[in-house]
Design a protein around this ligand. Structure first.
Ligand SMILES: Nc1ncnc2c1ncn2[C@@H]1O[C@H](COP(=O)(O)OP(=O)(O)O[C@H]2O[C@H](CO)[C@@H](O)[C@H](O)[C@H]2O)[C@@H](O)[C@H]1O
Length: 482
């Protein structure tokens, strides 16, 4: 029998995306369908989401959801079965999903995402006529409170799973919001929502969930240590029997170099020569010199997590080795400025595009030689998976999902034809410099480089095996609850 799943998240590709969370939430339903799981996804009704919905049906109305009028709309779009929380007081705003146009967080984020989570729990309790989930899967802090509402309410027996996409974002608020959350008094405390004297949404989800997953096996191990646990390592170690690391996949229809409409020349492992056309288009788009020097790309949020400060310091070295770099990203203002300044200093060799541009990111993967990802921590990482799929070889720090998905070009791996990228550790300037130099060296050896590209393109980055693991975990939780 088909299992009915409710997934709750604050982003979903292609409707609203600030990062990898959206890709995963958007791709999982189709991947799960082939495992006998029918997923409906609850997301906030941001203007960009509502604008894209065609026919909708109100399946539930609220006169007062945290004091505001709201409606829950059902809609189908791009193969997704959506439940959209249309609550103008919370979501009808200019700016991003979490903050205003100037980038500062909305002061009422605690209410906005408590409302989303409350509705998630309501659905588990039977708020919609004719549909009730067998299991509830929530993503990151914005949806994590769903698990707490369920645990302390009538739906406590419905299995609930929390996925950590990034432990750095925890949804921490002052203690005085607690009464307004509508949780019972016993929800306050170390085994509930209380976290270092305040309220912690992710923490509340982690103590309430029947299972916790991270998006790679290595990250599941790393967050058990104080270095990567971000204050939650004690709690996580206490729930180790509930913790699973399940690697992300990518949507291999959207990211398919043989059929991608967003690149001028489509290609496969057998027609790598066609990449040259994409490379020229990429150089042109960025105003880079047209030559055959190693062309590095970066597609990233520009943050400390992503090691972008280390990258700034490595730029002169990269240019000194004859390399070129095309960067697409946005984030910290200081880092944006530093990349623009480097581009000014090294015209034709370094180019930076500040902003968010999905089509351009496809061209970069399709035309670049290597994608640089010097992350300090990386729960999974998706851009290295796109890189593998497009033969744009990942140059990655040996952390989290990066370590789990890229096979370093050491001699043994190269000789065995297994190498798919360049992996370096520790993540410091010296090792990063070494990795860039090693990449440039390998790039000069065409047969080896192309063998690596082909091996990379053969790597399985699809959702198939991970969707099966999620489905198996859901089945275990259901059996446990029965
Ligand atoms: N300027 C830009 N223009 C166009 N596209 C851009 C862009 N900047 C980023 N992107 C895209 O946004 C996505 C970023 O995904 P990541 O997995 O790298 O990281 P993120 O840290 O956001 O996600 C968190 O959640 C995901 C999902 O679980 C984990 O893989 C990851 O480790 C964790 O930090 C990719 O699809 C990338 O192509």
């Amino acid at each position: 029998m088909t299992m009915q799943l409710l997934s709750v998240a604050s982003e979903i590709y292609p409707l609203v995306k600030t990062g990898g969370l959206a890709d995963v939430v958007g791709a999982l339903p189709a991947a799960l369908a082939s495992q006998g799981v029918a997923a409906r996804t609850l997301v906030p009704g941001y203007p960009s989401v509502l604008a894209r919905l065609g026919k909708t049906k109100a399946v539930r109305r609220y006169d007062s959801l945290f004091g505001e009028k709201a409606a829950l709309l059902a809609a189908k779009l791009d193969g997704l079965d959506l439940l959209v929380l249309d609550a103008p007081a919370f979501f009808a705003r200019d700016g991003g999903p979490y903050g205003g146009p100037d980038g500062t967080d909305w002061p009422d984020n605690w209410r906005r995402f408590a409302a989303l989570s409350r509705v998630g729990a309501d659905i588990a309790e039977g708020a919609i006529k004719d549909w009730r989930p067998d299991i509830v899967h929530v993503h990151d802090w914005q949806a994590a409170l769903t698990a707490a509402y369920m645990r302390f309410g009538p739906a406590h027996a419905v299995p609930k799973l929390v996925t950590i996409h990034n432990l750095a974002f925890q949804g921490r608020f002052a203690a005085d919001i607690f009464p307004a959350l509508g949780l019972p008094p016993e929800a306050w405390g170390v085994d509930g929502v209380e976290y270092y004297g305040g309220v912690g949404y992710l923490k509340a989800g982690l103590v309430s969930a029947d299972a916790i997953t991270t998006v790679s096996p290595s990250y599941a191990q790393e967050i058990r240590s104080p270095d990567h646990g971000m204050g939650l390592d004690g709690l996580i170690n206490g729930r180790i029997d509930r913790l699973h690391g399940i690697l992300n996949g990518v949507d291999t229809d959207i990211w398919n170099p043989a059929e991608d409409p967003l690149i001028p020349r489509r290609f496969s492992g057998r027609s790598l020569g066609a990449r040259a056309g994409n490379r020229r288009a990429l150089e042109e788009a960025f105003g880079l010199d047209q030559d055959d020097a190693p062309l590095f790309i970066i597609v990233s949020r520009l943050t400390w997590q992503k090691g972008m400060d280390l990258m700034i310091d490595a730029i002169d070295h990269l240019v000194g080795l004859g390399g070129k770099l095309a960067l697409l990203g946005s984030g910290d203002r200081a880092l944006e400025g530093a990349f623009l300044a480097a581009a000014d200093r090294h015209r034709g060799r370094i180019a930076a595009r500040i902003g968010y541009d999905e089509p351009l990111s496809h061209l970069m993967q399709g035309g670049g030689d290597a994608i640089l990802i010097p992350s300090r921590f990386e729960p999974c990482g998706l851009t290295q998976l796109y890189g593998l799929r497009y033969g744009c070889l990942p140059v990655v720090a040996r952390v989290g999902g990066l370590a789990d998905t890229v096979i370093d070009a050491n001699d043994a791996a190269v000789n065995a034809g297994a190498a798919t990228g360049i992996v370096f550790a520790p993540n410091d300037p010296l090792a990063l410099h070494g990795a860039i130099a090693r990449t440039a060296r390998l790039h000069r050896d065409r047969p080896i480089w192309q063998a690596m590209q082909r091996a990379a393109m053969r790597a399985d980055v699809s959702w198939t095996s991970s969707a099966a693991r999620y489905a198996a975990l859901y089945r275990d939780l259901l059996a446990e609850a029965a």
